[in-house]
Design a binder for this molecule. Structure first.
Ligand code: NAD
Length: 339
């Protein structure tokens, strides 16, 4: 079996080489994205692997894949929002994703942001870099004395709750579809308002659906405890940036840790690119980036050795399953719907 992996980056390459060896498959690796020109690189391949998709494929790509008799694709991420299932079905192409590559990777990152902000590590680091070794004004807070709110207790939220629990914190979880069994890890909140009213840290772990847009807004911030720390490793639009900035300026919000950010289309989704010397057009980003109590990370919560290994391993297995069994448990969007 011969596959091609588009947008294969240097961190993934060793995993592709190991996987090709282990499974006895051949991989062509290219850093190019899949488009009308680069689709020709797939000639003679049995399947295509692509990385996180930032834009839709042109119809010509699907048409050419059909001409080349390539029927199977996989993405190496959970998200597949840019896939046009109408075109996929029209050209007889089937696609799978990697639904969970390492929930603990994102959970650990969320806790890292929370801990760093609670211990004012950005301020301490900036002082040390300037050879300012004073302690005053950088008093931290202890997680074991806090109530932590987990919004969305799915794969990642549950792992995050476990880690916070390990620090000795009281953990409160809210989910409109609550788990039947919390395994003693967290207490179920009756609604989101209970999270807002009770929690010292609020960590978001729900999906990007229209109802969740601006889940954190002026009204919800008003209901929160003074000095609350907000962590977002889920999706940028969950937070109304203007309301967040106002809350931080008024010191209602104590700190924010943002692995994802809504750039409002101004500058687009910049994460993943080198922007040195370029202007970042998002005013919301510029308002927040220099604040000592705001930590940005560029959508890297998932980026661990374990997660990358799983992304490459599971996506390879997806293509092999399609070819060997004619089906794949991670297939998405059969007849236009999504799983
Ligand atoms: P999941 O589907 O396992 O869990 C999400 C949970 O959120 C579900 O139980 C759902 O019922 C709940 N939910 C939906 N709306 C809610 C609301 N308004 N309030 C409370 N709960 C709500 O998803 P997951 O795999 O745990 O992913 C969680 C989030 O993490 C997603 O937004 C995903 O895109 C994001 N993510 C981020 C990274 C990263 O690197 N930063 C990587 C992977 C996933």
């Amino acid at each position: 079996m011969k596959f091609i992996a588009y947008k294969a980056n240097s961190d993934e390459r060793e995993h592709f080489v190991a996987m090709a060896d282990m499974k006895g498959v051949e991989y062509i690796l290219t850093s190019s994205e899949l488009n009308e020109e680069t689709v020709e690189l797939a000639m003679g391949c049995d399947g295509i692997s692509d990385s996180m998709l930032s834009r839709k494929y042109d119809e010509k790509v699907y048409a050419r894949l059909q001409e080349m008799d390539i029927k199977y694709m996989t993405v190496r991420t959970a998200g597949y929002d840019t896939i046009d299932f109408g075109l996929l079905n029209k050209y007889g192409i089937r696609i799978a994703n990697v639904p969970a590559y390492s929930p603990t990777a994102i959970a650990e990152h969320a806790v890292m942001l929370a801990l760093s902000l609670a211990r004012k590590s950005k301020i301490v680091e900036q002082r040390v870099m300037a050879q300012d070794f004073r302690r005053e004004g950088a008093v931290g807070r202890e997680l074991n004395k806090m109530t932590i709110g987990i919004v969305g207790t799915g794969h990642i939220g549950f792992e995050t709750a476990k880690i916070f629990k390990g620090f000795g914190a009281r953990v409160l979880g809210y989910d409109p579809f609550p788990r039947k069994e919390t395994e003693g890890v967290y207490e179920q909140a009756k609604d989101a308002d209970e999270i807002f009213a009770e929690c010292d840290i609020i960590s978001l772990h729900m999906p990007l659906v229209p109802e969740n847009k601006h889940f954190i807004n002026a009204e919800s911030i008003e209901k929160m405890k003074d000095g609350v720390i907000i962590i977002n490793t889920a999706r940028g639009p969950h937070i109304d940036n203007k309301a967040l900035a106002k809350g931080l300026m008024q010191e209602k919000i104590g700190a924010a840790g943002l692995d994802v950010f809504d750039f409002d289309g101004k500058g687009g989704e910049i994460y993943g690119d080198d922007y040195k010397g370029r202007i970042i057009k998002s005013e919301a980003y510029r308002d927040l980036v220099d604040l000592p109590n705001v930590m940005f990370t560029p959508h890297v919560a998932y980026n661990t050795d374990v997660a990358i290994g799983n992304m490459v391993g599971i996506s390879t297995q997806n293509l092999m399953d399609f070819l060997e069994k004619g089906e794949c448990e991670n297939e998405v969007g059969r007849s236009g719907g999504g799983k």
